[in-house]
Structures are given as structure tokens and as C-alpha cells.
Design a binder for this molecule. Structure first.
Ligand code: GDP
Length: 527
């Protein structure tokens, strides 16, 4: 019989991080396909042409052909219960994308072999690093000519500061792609371009096994053997501890579109990736195996069903077990509440969930009671560590056109900032005071305007500001005082912390030089 502890131990909750077009949708489809969650690889694509009207952003989604909000997909594979936290891949991604990563126990970084480490991957990687979660790497599109694998590993080290351990190694690439060699299990998986699903697996004694000449082109074989030797001599050693602490990334090569190398990655991933891990709280770490149910809200999504105007708060369960209708404490509001009809997400469909365990994500109907970062706990009162805010990249001053609508405008701004759609700042000691909205993707401005108009009947005026960087400032009191007096472009965040805005890196670095005793943090965690 499976106990609740077995259930938790079988959970793998992770996010795929990548730059648009690296193949995240394609990889996700293949993974869901292995789990039998979809009948044929390819059906998730439907979300991109909005066949299912799941959100009010349909218009924006249609105009731009992208999916604005991130979602959770869960599937079972063998005895594992896998939750994939999806992160929007378009350039106009939002802070939600970052926050979603705080609900993941590990991440898979997907890299296009021809393009290497791209801008968005770098940003998302940094967020994963904050929590030192293990990061797996899938280097995609080996069926096309890409860059040299050694060069890609070097780039990961230079741009991301992470060492890598290739779990498998490609033999040839592009037109010459012959397959991969699994270094751990010592087997070759052969690629058949005419029939990619026909993967032949050959067990060998190692890269120098004479039998290899029977199925690998001699010139490629020689190159492969040299590369393996180089890896053994100069590469990092396999080290699970370093993998789990996020210092070493296990690297996999493959072609998602051909479903080649995907299962190899999945099998190793399931062996290595952690089950739910403890989370820090104000009473110390909370173990997932604690008997008590607890969780935190990491994302709030508005109006998934336009007819009902409801919001869904996404809760990452951090310990124990949820059962339908259970009562829990809403710690910030100091009140108890019944979790009536949470939903779980399976390849975009919403189902009522009867039980769920640490590691799972459930969606709670939210009439406006939740904020990003809220803790729910069964009995004990404690709060998980605060959800960080990340430096916005676009800023605008915002006012309401019609002064009569001021109240509902303020309410809307408040609400949207609690949902985490925008960050709201106030100018510091400046009269008249200005409200400044910061976002990570400019699309959020459109969303803001649309929602204030449609839900709060407030037409707004936005005046774009030249800043592109925000830094949370901290340091000795004397230096802080001087900084507050002298520095222009200062604002306070929702919690009254001092934040400095800069037009560009150059301007920021000059300021840093001027105030060597102060720290400039990229996020409100102050890390
Ligand atoms: P996303 O933006 O990261 O979700 O990327 P998609 O999964 O939509 O893929 C972007 C493009 O790359 C699409 O045209 C895919 O067909 C293509 N693609 C994905 N995986 C592979 C692959 O392994 N090989 C090749 N040649 N193309 C791929």
C-alpha cells in the first residue's frame, strides 16, 4: 500500500527554463506523451492558437500569438508523479515567470545547440541560482548543425558560472548525427533520421569497444573517441552532491522534435532530481514529510474563466497532504478557511482535486483573499520566507484620467500589485508624489491598462520613464542617510524599502563607485 510519505517521495516538481524557440513546447509535449497524458505528441500546441478560451487575455494572446500566463502540467510516468511548471517563453515574459521558479525543486535548462546560452535563459538561470536548486541541461536540435559541444559547455561556465557533466555525448551532428553515447549506462542510442522513433540501443563496454565500428561511421567514431578521452581527462568528475547543490549541471544531448534523447534525459532526470525539499520559514525549515499540511501562494491568475471573473491562486504544497474540504489557517489574515474546490491541472484541463501532496500545485478559488507569498498551514502558525520581487526592466508613471475614478483606480492598482502582475513604487520625498509602475515585460503594461479599464472602469495615463534597472539598497545607517539625501530617482516599494532606479548599467556603476559601503540588490530578497 502506498502511504502519504511514498506519495511525496514520488513527486518531481520542476520547471523548464529556456529562451523562446529553443523547443520548450516541443520537449514538454514529448514528456507528456511518455506519461500518456496526451495521446499524440503535438496536442499541447493547441494552446498557442487559443482553441480553448481559458483566459481573458485571449485578445492579447491572439494578437501576439503567445501564451501570456504560465501553467502547471502534471503527469505520471512509471511510479513518478511529475509536475512541470510552465514558464512563458516569449520575450514579453513577466515576473510571474521568475516567481514560478520559486515553486520548483529543480529546473531543466533547454538550450538550442546552434544558439547556446541566450538572454532569457540567463535571467531565469540566475533566479534558480538564488535557491541553489539542481539544474539539468538539455541541448536540443542535434538533428541540425549546431555549435561544438565543448564550446557550449565553456559558454555555460563563462556566462552562467556553472560547470557541466555530460551524461551523454553526441556522435556527429546535423546531417551526420548518428546518436548519443550514455556515459553512465555505457550504451549507444542510434539515431535513424528516416524513422526517429526507431531508436536502437547497443550496450557496449565503453567508447573504445571494437563493436562500435559496426554501426558508426569510422571518421565520426575516431572523433567521438578523442572527445571522450578529453572529457575523461579534462572534464569534471561525476558528483551527485555537486549536482544536487546546483554547482554541476548534468548535460543531455538530443532532438526534441524527433523525440530522440528525450527518454534518456527523462530516465536520468527521474533518478537524480530531488523529491520535494524542505522550505525555509520563520520557525525554521519545514520538511515536506511533516505530518501537517502547508503551502504558499506563488502565483495568482485572474479571470481564467471570463464568465465568472474568478481568480485562481496557485498554491505549492510544501508539506503533508491535502484532502478535499479540509480547513487550514490563512496565516497573514489570522483566520481559518475551508479549501472547498481546489483544482489541479492536467495538460490544461481543470479537474477538482480530492487529494494532493507536498510537491503538488493546486489552484484555489480566490475571491480576493490571497496575496503572492501567503502561507496556508494546517495548525501551526508560521510563514514561509517572503517571495522576492525582481528588478523590473520597464517603468512608467501612472495617473488616472478622471479624478472621480480615483478610488477604484487605487483599488485596482493595489489588487494588481498583490497579484504580482506589476510592481508599484512611490517616489521618495518628492512632491507631488508620483506612482511608478515597474514590469519585467512590456506586455504587462497592456494588461494593466486593459484590466484597469475593464475591471475597475478607470482610464489611465501612462508616461514612460527612461529607467531600465531597479536596485534594492541596503547598508550602514550613515551611508543610507547620505544616499537618501543625495541620490535622485529614489522610490519606495510596497513594503517601504528604498529602491534606486537607473537608466542603464553605466549610470548604476557610477553610483556604486560613489557609495562603496552600500549594497545594490537585484531582488527584494537582498541576496
Ligand atoms: P518554444 O518557443 O521554446 O516553446 O519552442 P517550440 O517548441 O515552439 O519550438 C520552436 C521551433 O523549433 C519550432 O519550429 C520547432 O519545430 C523547432 N524545434 C523544436 N525542437 C527541435 C529539434 O529538436 N530539432 C529541430 N530541427 N527543430 C526543433
Amino acid at each position: 500500500m502506498t502511504t502519504w510519505k511514498d506519495e511525496i517521495a514520488s513527486r518531481k516538481t520542476f520547471a523548464i527554463i529556456s529562451h523562446p524557440d529553443a523547443g520548450k513546447t516541443t520537449l514538454t509535449e514529448k514528456l507528456l506523451y511518455f506519461g500518456g497524458a496526451i495521446r499524440e505528441a503535438g496536442s499541447v500546441k493547441g494552446k498557442k492558437n487559443t482553441k480553448h478560451a481559458t483566459s481573458d487575455w485571449m485578445e492579447i494572446e491572439k494578437q501576439r500569438g503567445i501564451s501570456v500566463t504560465s501553467s502547471v502540467m502534471e503527469f505520471r510516468y512509471r511510479n513518478f508523479h511529475i509536475n512541470i511548471l510552465d514558464t512563458p517563453g516569449h520575450e514579453d515574459f513577466s515576473e510571474d515567470t521568475y516567481r514560478t521558479l520559486t515553486a520548483a525543486d529543480s529546473a531543466t535548462m533547454l538550450i538550442d545547440a546552434a544558439k547556446g546560452v541566450e538572454a532569457q535563459t540567463k535571467k531565469l538561470f540566475k533566479v534558480c541560482r538564488l535557491r541553489s536548486i539542481p539544474i539539468f541541461t538539455f541541448i536540443n536540435k542535434l538533428d541540425r548543425q549546431g555549435r561544438d559541444p565543448f564550446e557550449l559547455m565553456e559558454e555555460m561556465e563563462n556566462l552562467l558560472g556553472i560547470r557541466s557533466y555530460p551524461m551523454n555525448w553526441p556522435i556527429g551532428m546535423g546531417r551526420d548525427f548518428q546518436g548519443i553515447y550514455d556515459r553512465i549506462n555505457k550504451k549507444i542510442e542510434l539515431f535513424d533520421p528516416d524513422n526517429p522513433s526507431n531508436i536502437q540501443v547497443k550496450e557496449v563496454s565503453g567508447p573504445n569497444d571494437p563493436v562500435l565500428v559496426d554501426f558508426i561511421d569510422p571518421s565520426l567514431l575516431e572523433q567521438f573517441q578523442e572527445e571522450m578521452e578529453l572529457l575523461d581527462v579534462a572534464g569534471d568528475a561525476y558528483d551527485e552532491e555537486r549536482i544536487l547543490s546546483g554547482e554541476l549541471t548534468p548535460v543531455f544531448f538530443g532532438s526534441a522534435i524527433s523525440n530522440f534523447g528525450v527518454q534518456n534525459y527523462l530516465e536520468h532526470f527521474l533518478k537524480l532530481a530531488p523529491a520535494p525539499v524542505p522550505r525555509e520559514s520563520d520557525i525554521g525549515p519545514i520538511s515536506p514529510m511533516d505530518g501537517e499540511f502547508s503551502g504558499f501562494v506563488f502565483k495568482i491568475q485572474a479571470n481564467m474563466n471570463p464568465k465568472h471573473r474568478d481568480r485562481i491562486a496557485f498554491l505549492r504544497i510544501t508539506s503533508g497532504k491535502y484532502t478535499q474540504g479540509m480547513s487550514v489557517r490563512h496565516v497573514r489574515l489570522e483566520k481559518s478557511m475551508r479549501l472547498a474546490q481546489p483544482t489541479q491541472f492536467l495538460a490544461q484541463d481543470r479537474n477538482i482535486v480530492k487529494e494532493a501532496y507536498a510537491g503538488d500545485i493546486i489552484g484555489l478559488f480566490d475571491p480576493g483573499t490571497f496575496r503572492i507569498g501567503d502561507t496556508l498551514a494546517e495548525r501551526t502558525s508560521f510563514s514561509f520566507d517572503e517571495m522576492p520581487h525582481f528588478s523590473p526592466e520597464h517603468f512608467t508613471a501612472i495617473t488616472v484620467k478622471d479624478a472621480m475614478k480615483h478610488k477604484s483606480f487605487e483599488k485596482g492598482l493595489q489588487q494588481l500589485s498583490e497579484e504580482g502582475a506589476i510592481q508599484l513604487f512611490h517616489t521618495y520625498k518628492r512632491f507631488p508624489e508620483l506612482q511608478i509602475v515597474g514590469v519585467i515585460g512590456v506586455l504587462q503594461f497592456e494588461v494593466l491598462e486593459y484590466r484597469l479599464k475593464n475591471e475597475y472602469h478607470a482610464d489611465i495615463k501612462m508616461e514612460s520613464l527612461p529607467y531600465s534597472i531597479a536596485r534594492w539598497i541596503d547598508g550602514p545607517e550613515k551611508d543610507m542617510e547620505l544616499f537618501k539625501q543625495k541620490q535622485k530617482q529614489l522610490v519606495t516599494d510596497r513594503d517601504g524599502r528604498i529602491v534606486a532606479l537607473f537608466d542603464n548599467e553605466f549610470q548604476m556603476n557610477m553610483t556604486k563607485d560613489k557609495y562603496p559601503n552600500l549594497s545594490f540588490y537585484e531582488n527584494s530578497y537582498l541576496k
